[in-house]
Write a new protein. Structure first.
Length: 265
């Protein structure tokens, strides 16, 4: 199984995953055209997508789903509450393409098993996903205010993690956001700070060469070097050697990460 983070951050999120028989997107939060371009940059083809799965209805995760569904007849999967709260700007999605899953269940798509795991965020019924293919696995965990025991249990042992590292608490505190927005971001329904992100990873990583892609970085309240350094320090303190036991990577708002295997070892 290979993957590329096509985009990550509050300006848009989308992850491309391909196995022998399936090609999926987790979220499509850029315009249809931008998704098409980025897919092509990593060797993908929008016309061959098996499905798009949606974590939650925020526009940075759903912006392109309507266009892509209509243009290429791609089935769209989300839970019922998310369907009900979709922004109008997404446009109509033909009924045969509207697929509903239950949170906490496993969706089978060709040779992939995809489990949806509820997370805490200010959306109707947000989920993370873990994706299994043969002996390989990855998980997409972004847009969450805190990391529950259940998330830890479900994603421990995966080969690749796309993992939220949203803000530096000090940068957020001294920054220019209105206080109610700051409070929302810091709450249990908001986003993970660099510190929370690193702490949670110490409970998840086994040091078997897992790849961690730090994702959904705030453009105003974080810096990729700072996120990287903070997580690295916390992991090192926990006895994990970054670069050896664990690989840390960046994701970008404006370009895709190179297509890479989920399992390196
Ligand atoms: Zn988001
Ligand atoms: Zn969100």
């Amino acid at each position: 199984m290979n993957f590329s983070v096509l985009a990550s951050g509050s300006s848009g999120n989308s992850i491309y995953i391909e196995s022998r028989r399936a090609r999926i997107l987790i979220d499509a939060g850029l315009s249809g055209k931008q998704i098409e371009e980025r897919l092509k940059q990593v060797g993908g083809n929008p016309a061959s997508l098996t499905a798009i799965l949606v974590t939650h209805e925020h526009i940075d995760h759903v912006k392109g789903i309507g266009v892509l569904a209509r243009r290429y007849q791609i089935p769209i999967y989300m839970n019922e509450a998310t369907w009900k709260h979709l922004p109008r700007s997404v446009g109509a999605i033909p009924e045969p393409l509207q697929k509903i899953f239950e949170s906490n269940s496993i969706i089978e798509l060709e040779d992939l098993q995809i489990e949806s795991i509820p997370i805490s965020h200010d959306a109707a019924e947000p989920v993370a996903f873990s994706i299994h293919y043969e002996q390989e696995s990855m998980a997409v965990v972004t847009d969450l205010g805190y990391v529950s025991e259940r998330i830890i249990q479900k994603v421990t042992g995966v080969d690749t993690l796309i993992w939220e590292c949203n803000h530096d608490v000090e940068m957020l505190r001294i920054g220019s956001y209105p206080w109610n927005v700051k409070r929302r971001i810091l709450s249990d329904l908001g986003h993970l700070s660099n510190d929370d992100s690193g702490e949670a990873l110490t409970n998840i990583l086994r040091g078997k060469g897992e790849q961690v892609y730090l994702a959904h970085l705030s453009k105003d309240n974080n810096l990729s070097e700072l996120a990287h350094l903070t997580v690295k320090e916390i992991l090192t303190e926990a006895g994990l050697s970054v670069g050896k036991d664990v690989q840390l990577f960046e994701t970008y708002p404006h370009r895709p990460t190179p297509l890479k295997p989920v399992r390196l070892r």
